[in-house]
Design a protein around this ligand. Structure first.
Ligand code: MN
Length: 257
């Protein structure tokens, strides 16, 4: 099994190192990760500038771009093989509910999935890397289980996994979850710059709004590892019919004058 590893916290992040260490003896692993922190870059690709790839002493490759750039470059030019699996993370902080829209950790995995390669995004709930080795063990176990179930090489999948910051033996089993929802983000923070201009800082994500039973928020709060299968299609299927009727009505009233 060949695994490409990326992240959004940058190639020196402890979560990336832990993930690499946990997977390196169960697969052929290669790291292609951003040079700098690219959290909340989602699926952004760099189109108006060239990208450079360098190799660190530990063999990790780092890219002057986004997480999606890393995976894109790896798959479309850097690697001379097609990985069987792409894993991203382990992120410094939760990627639950609406976070998945913004997350560069998910973005890296999603880029692989768009190319038809199965991918898993791993995140720890709390920032600060407490028990990151336990989260890496969770990743290792899940990858082994997925391989044993012969899911690699079948239909591609995109999994979002969030791990509570607990010692490995205190983590509760994987729970398959839907995404919860967050409240709108907190108010933007303003400060005066030394040159007398107002600076705006995007503030923290909102707290959980839908954290009910079945959500990732609910499962991780109880100590479970939360696993959510994701899809790409943003179509609002439930409201396709209503919009068809609305636009037909608009057309009729336009024709009727
Ligand atoms: Mn991050």
């Amino acid at each position: 099994m060949k695994i490409l590893i990326s992240n959004d916290d940058g190639f020196q992040a402890p979560g990336l190192v832990a993930l690499h260490d946990a997977l390196k003896d169960i697969a052929e692993v290669e790291v292609v990760a951003p040079e700098h922190n690219n959290s909340a870059k989602s699926n952004a690709l760099t189109l108006a500038a060239p990208l450079y790839v360098h190799k660190a002493h530990n063999g990790f490759r780092y890219v002057t771009g986004t997480p999606a750039d890393c995976v894109h470059i790896a798959l479309k030019g850097l690697l001379d093989y097609r990985p069987d699996l792409v894993v991203s993370g382990i992120n410094n902080g939760a990627n639950m509910g609406d976070d998945t829209i913004y997350s560069g950790t998910v973005g890296a995995a999603m880029e692989a999935y768009l190319f038809g390669i199965p991918a898993i995004a791993f995140s720890q709930i709390e920032k600060g890397w407490a028990h990151v080795d336990a989260a890496a063990q969770v990743a290792r176990r899940l990858v082994l289980q997925i391989e044993r179930e012969k899911l690699i090489g079948g239909n591609p999948f995109l999994l979002n996994v969030n791990v509570p910051n607990l010692p490995f033996d205190q983590l509760k089993p994987v729970k398959v979850c839907r995404l919860g929802r967050r409240h709108a983000a907190e108010k933007v923070i303003t400060q005066d710059s030394p040159r007398g201009e107002t600076m705006y800082w995007i503030a923290g994500a909102g707290s959980a709004k839908d954290s009910g039973e079945g959500t990732d928020f609910h499962a991780t709060a109880a100590g479970h590892v939360a696993l959510t299968p994701l899809q790409i299609d943003l179509t609002d299927h439930a409201n396709l019919g209503d919009w068809n009727e609305t636009m037909a009505r608009v057309a009729r009233s336009a024709a009727g004058g």
